[in-house]
Each structure stands twice: as structure tokens, then as C-alpha cells.
Design a protein around this ligand. Structure first.
Ligand SMILES: Cc1cc2nc3c(=O)[nH]c(=O)nc-3n(C[C@H](O)[C@H](O)[C@H](O)COP(=O)(O)O)c2cc1C
Length: 186
């Protein structure tokens, strides 16, 4: 444990990680790299060790077809815009969660998946692989679930857009923690 007050490598990584939403370069995002990152990311906490996730990787060579199919679920006048948008990253990782009926378990599963995504995001950042968790309307569309063979008891938690980057996005300050912190006085 760090007791010196100096920022640890982990604290620095947490602070420096950014959402990389544009400016991806042409370096290919490979399945091997994604699997390697996921092998570590899944060490996230998971209640009951349920590990309520699965992944669908859309690599650079399949992204064009994927983008077209997902865009086709939008009204015609939006389709070209959505296709272009989905073609911006180099690859996309679809994150799927097991969706139990019991609300308590649903929340535990969502919490576990979110923790796992944060692990993945930090690990990707460390390799200059940019990522951003996207929750665009299409992830909730039953037609998209059908295209991707997502089951009735599963939920798309996000599309993680991926691509290597040269320029780091600007820092986004956080509120001082004292604004979000109270003490139980009772
Ligand atoms: C659950 C979740 C959903 C998000 N969905 C989107 C999204 O749909 N589109 C987007 O541009 N960014 C999305 N983001 C990224 C946030 O915009 C981003 O994390 C926030 O602006 C802070 O920036 P930073 O990640 O660079 O620190 C999402 C983040 C989270 C945690």
C-alpha cells in the first residue's frame, strides 16, 4: 500500500485514462490484443463469481459490414450518418451481459460488467489503444439484438469503440471530492 502521498502508477493510470472518441490512426486492432486485455480485465469483482459477460469482437476487416447492418436499423435518412459513425473506430467490442429477472442480481451483474469494462479501458490505455464505452440508441434496439444473436435474457451493455491514437484527448477535470463527501453525524 502507498503511504507516502506520492501518486502510484495505478492512481496515475486512473487519472490519465481518457475516452478516445476520434483521431484513431490506422494501426489494426487485433483479436489477439483484445483477448490478451480481456484475460486480465475479467479479474474484476463479480458477485457470486457469476462472471455475467460475454464479448463479440468486430475486427477491422468486418467493421464495414457490421456498420452497414447496424445502420440499417435506423430510419433511412439517418443510415448514412450512423454507418459513417460506426466506421470511425478501427474495431468495436460488443459487451453483453446476462440479464437475470431478479433486480438485485441485475444490479450486481451490471456493476460487475462496469468494473470489468473499466479494467479493460485502463489496460487498453496503457498500450495506447484508445477506447470509449458507447451507449447509443442502437444498443437497445431489438433489431440489433437479433442481428447479433443476443438472447432474451441478455443485454448489450455497450459498444466499446477502439482504435490506436497519436494524440491524447484533453484532460477533463473532476469535481473536488469534498463536494461529494459527507460524514454521518448521527
Ligand atoms: C456507461 C457509459 C456510457 C457512455 N456512453 C457514451 C456514449 O454513448 N457516447 C460517448 O461519446 N461517450 C460515452 N461515454 C463516455 C463519457 O462521455 C466519458 O467517459 C466522459 O465524458 C468522461 O471523459 P473521460 O472518459 O475522457 O474521462 C460513456 C461512458 C460511460 C461510463
Amino acid at each position: 500500500m502507498n503511504t507516502t502521498g506520492k501518486k502510484t502508477a495505478l492512481a496515475k493510470a486512473i487519472r490519465e485514462r481518457r475516452s478516445v472518441k476520434k483521431g484513431y490512426n490506422d494501426k489494426a486492432v487485433t483479436e489477439e490484443v483484445i483477448l490478451d486485455l480481456l484475460e486480465d480485465a475479467v479479474w474484476a469483482p463479480t458477485h457470486g463469481l457469476r462472471q455475467p459477460w460475454r464479448f463479440i469482437f468486430v475486427g477491422p476487416e468486418k467493421l464495414g459490414t457490421f456498420a452497414k447492418k447496424i445502420a440499417s436499423t435506423y430510419p433511412e435518412e439517418r443510415q448514412q450518418n450512423r454507418e459513417d459513425y460506426l466506421n470511425e473506430p478501427n474495431a468495436i467490442l460488443v459487451v453483453v451481459m446476462d440479464e437475470p429477472e431478479i433486480p438485485k442480481q441485475w444490479e450486481e451483474n451490471y456493476g460487475a460488467v462496469a468494473s470489468m469494462i473499466q479494467n479493460f479501458w485502463l489496460l487498453a490505455w496503457e498500450r495506447q489503444l484508445g477506447a470509449v464505452w458507447k451507449t447509443n440508441p442502437h444498443i437497445y434496439d431489438p433489431k440489433v439484438k437479433e442481428i447479433l444473436n443476443i438472447g432474451d435474457e441478455e443485454k448489450i451493455v455497450g459498444f466499446v469503440h477502439l482504435g490506436y491514437f497519436d494524440e491524447q484527448p484533453a484532460l477533463k477535470e473532476r469535481l473536488p471530492i469534498t463536494e461529494k463527501f459527507t460524514r454521518f453525524e448521527g
